[in-house]
Design a protein around this ligand. Structure first.
Ligand code: URA
Length: 217
């Protein structure tokens, strides 16, 4: 009685049953251009990603972080529960990046990245790493890297740990979502099927799916 709940953030249960507050959920995939800060509001930011979706009604916020100078897949939603599940440190979803780095990267450096490297906030988990190309004109290597952690400037710090500076960073995939077909600055609504897949992934990673299937939830 008299308790207040935010349907966008709180999970509301009555007699242990979760109430569906999802009617007005909004899920948007944005191809963030460099130069935009991934935040709802920051008075020091020149531009925020909210400017790129300003015609959308609803209390949207960006899910997880993508550096100001990075570009690519950024999910915006008003579904706090899904956002929490997707960014929870112990079961973050996979994110794939195309990193352009200085110099010709060696097999050994790629192996080290894939095994996990030591950063000042601890070792990174193993990553999937693939050399895409080397450009002799500007002496840079393009590397695809997939991680499931979301530490601050993680990809940049991982490459730094093996002696390379990231000069361009594009997130090509976020969980089940792919940036293909969206130009920088463009956004689109997720389809119902995409939302369902993303939720399934988030539940699977958080282990809730097992609980559901064995009837304990
Ligand atoms: N790793 C980084 O270094 N920056 C990002 O924006 C995301 C991952």
């Amino acid at each position: 009685m008299g308790a207040k709940a935010d349907p966008e953030k709180d999970v509301i249960t009555i007699d242990g049953k979760q109430i569906d507050t999802s009617q007005d959920r909004i899920y948007i995939l944005l191809n963030k251009p460099p130069g935009y800060t991934s935040t709802r509001f920051d008075r020091f930011a020149e531009h925020t990603v909210m400017e790129l979706v300003d015609e959308v009604q609803g209390y949207l916020f960006p899910v997880g972080r993508l550096d100001k100078d990075a570009s690519g897949a950024l999910l915006l939603t008003n579904d706090g529960e899904l956002a929490n599940m997707l960014t929870h440190p112990s079961y973050e979803v996979e994110k794939t990046y195309e990193a352009t780095v200085t110099g010709r990267i060696s097999r050994e450096a790629l192996d080290r990245l894939s095994q996990g490297v030591e950063l000042d906030d601890g070792p990174t988990a193993p990553a999937k790493v693939r050399l895409l190309s080397y450009s002799p004109e500007d002496n840079t290597s393009k590397v695809e890297i997939t991680i499931h952690e979301g530490r601050k400037r993680q990809v940049k710090r991982m490459f730094q740990a093996v002696g390379h500076r990231v000069v361009k960073l594009v997130r090509t995939r976020f969980g089940t979502l792919d940036i293909k077909g969206l130009r920088e600055g463009e956004h689109r609504y997720l389809t119902k099927k995409e939302v369902a897949k993303l939720k399934k992934l988030a539940l699977a990673r958080s282990g809730k799916e097992d609980e559901k299937s064995d009837g304990s939830n």
